[in-house]
Structures are given as structure tokens and as C-alpha cells.
Design a protein around this ligand. Structure first.
Ligand SMILES: Nc1ncnc2c1ncn2[C@@H]1O[C@H](COP(=O)(O)OP(=O)(O)OP(=O)(O)O)[C@@H](O)[C@H]1O
Ligand SMILES: [Mg+2]
Length: 236
């Protein structure tokens, strides 16, 4: 059986993501020291859809950045799809990140001068796909998120909700083990937010995509199968 482009046998080998005794201290030793994460143990199994909730400043974004290999913990262990990023040479990290994780942020970070199609295709080009393979795959993903007809539009010609769906297509086109979304509905009206959440649910249900979403929005949390609550850098 093939799950999300990978063999199911491989999918059972390791969780999609794992944090063990992870701490993150900003400004260690200074008077302004912040323990953003304070001994976090978290396992994200493949195929899960998890909401990360908690008050502003509790460490949600910090946790996502560490799980997404955008940042390193002060102490503790991280693995993504069974890979320990500390064992990977620093120069190989961007390519590991490109293969293992897809990120969707509150603001979409699309390149304004590129069409939706080109935006989705760019990370695939970094992965070594030829231009035509990358464009083909990007077109399929835009179709999948319901934007096939908008593929030649520039971000400025798309609504906020459509731009976020392009960002989802871009994050998933590389078939990452983990889709990480940080307040993905934060700037959307309630209708566009509901559509985005439905899309994430569909991708989780139909493709077995593992999703972790940090959110303040109770409707987003309610759509997730598991809710992880944080307070002051710890899981409740
Ligand atoms: N680069 C940084 N330098 C210093 N402190 C930081 C840095 N990034 C985050 N922090 C601090 O770490 C703590 C956790 O921040 P984080 O952004 O993870 O919270 P959050 O739960 O995502 O909050 P929000 O819901 O507002 O997005 C906060 O106290 C924040 O001020
Ligand atoms: Mg945050």
C-alpha cells in the first residue's frame, strides 16, 4: 500500500515527528532569558492531525519551528521521519527540510512576481525536478486544492483564502512527512478559514497527510483529531 507517496511499511518505521525533553531558551544567562520550551515530549504519529493550542507566548511557534527544522533546541532530541537533524551536516539541512517538512504560515509568503503555478513549482526545482516535471506536479497540486483554473494568476490577483491554498499546495507538492501550519487562518475571514480547514481535513483523511497546526481558532482546533494544549513552554 502506498500512503502519501511512501510505502506503508516505511510509514510504520518512525513517527512523522518526535520531540524528547526539548528545551528552547532565548537569551540564556541574560536578565531577559526566556524559556520558550521547557521539557517538551511529543510524538506525532504518521497520519495524525494535531492542533497545538494555548495562550500567546506559550511556545507554539517555537515548537513548530523546531519540529520543522527551522530552529534547533537548546537541549533535547528531535527527529523528523526518523531522521535526527543533528546527525545531518549543516549544509544538508535545507535539503532535508525541503524533503521532510512543508510549512504554511499566517502570511502566505508567496513570491508576488511569480504565478501560483510557479510559486508551487519553485521548491520542486530545488528538489531536482526538471522544469516540466515541476510544473506538471505543481498543476496537479493546484487542482487538488481547487485552484486549477487560477494557476496563471499572480498572488495579488487571488483572495487571501486562495493565496493560503496556494501556500498549502506549495507546502505539500514535495510530499513531506509533516505539514506544519502556524496560525494558517489568522488573517482569513471566517468563510475562507472554514474552507482552508476543510482542505486540511481532506488532505489528512484522503492522503493520510500528517498535519500539525498551531491555532487560536477554536473551529480549527475542533477540526483536528487531537488537541495538544501548551502553557508556559510545557504541554498540559
Ligand atoms: N527570537 C526570539 N528571541 C527571544 N525570545 C523569543 C524569540 N522568539 C520567541 N521568543 C519568546 O518565546 C516565547 C514563546 O514564543 P512563541 O512565538 O513560540 O509563542 P506562541 O505560542 O507562538 O505565541 P502566539 O500565539 O502569540 O503566536 C515568548 O515569550 C516569546 O516572547
Ligand atoms: Mg506563534
Amino acid at each position: 500500500m502506498v500512503v502519501n507517496g511512501r510505502e506503508a511499511s516505511e510509514a510504520h518505521v518512525a513517527p512523522a515527528g518526535e520531540l524528547r525533553a526539548v528545551t528552547k531558551v532565548y537569551g540564556a544567562g541574560s536578565p531577559g532569558e526566556v524559556r520558550a520550551l521547557d521539557g517538551v515530549d511529543l510524538t506525532i504519529e504518521r497520519g495524525e492531525m494535531v492542533a497545538l493550542v494555548g495562550p500567546s507566548g506559550c511556545g507554539k511557534s517555537t515548537l513548530l519551528h523546531i519540529l520543522g527544522l527551522l530552529d534547533r533546541p537548546t537541549s533535547g532530541q528531535v527527529t523528523v521521519a526518523g531522521i535526527d537533524p543533528l546527525r545531518v551536516p549543516r549544509r544538508a539541512l535545507p535539503s532535508l527540510r525541503n524533503r521532510c517538512v512543508g510549512f504554511v504560515f499566517q502570511r502566505h509568503h508567496l513570491v508576488p512576481a511569480l504565478t501560483a503555478l510557479e510559486n508551487v513549482a519553485v521548491p520542486l526545482r530545488y528538489r531536482g525536478l526538471s522544469r516540466s516535471e515541476a510544473l506538471d506536479r505543481a498543476a496537479r497540486w493546484l487542482e487538488r486544492v481547487g485552484l486549477g483554473a487560477r494557476r496563471h494568476h499572480f498572488p495579488g490577483q487571488l483572495s487571501g483564502g486562495e493565496q493560503q491554498r496556494v501556500a498549502v499546495a506549495r507546502a505539500l507538492a514535495g510530499e513531506p512527512a509533516l505539514l506544519l501550519a502556524d496560525e494558517p487562518t489568522g488573517e482569513l475571514d471566517s468563510r475562507s478559514a472554514a474552507r482552508l480547514v476543510e482542505l486540511l481535513q481532506e488532505l489528512n483523511r484522503e492522503l493520510g497527510q500528517t498535519v500539525v497546526v498551531a491555532t487560536h481558532d477554536p473551529a480549527v482546533a475542533a477540526a483536528c483529531r487531537r488537541v495538544v494544549e501548551m502553557r508556559d513552554g510545557r504541554l498540559m
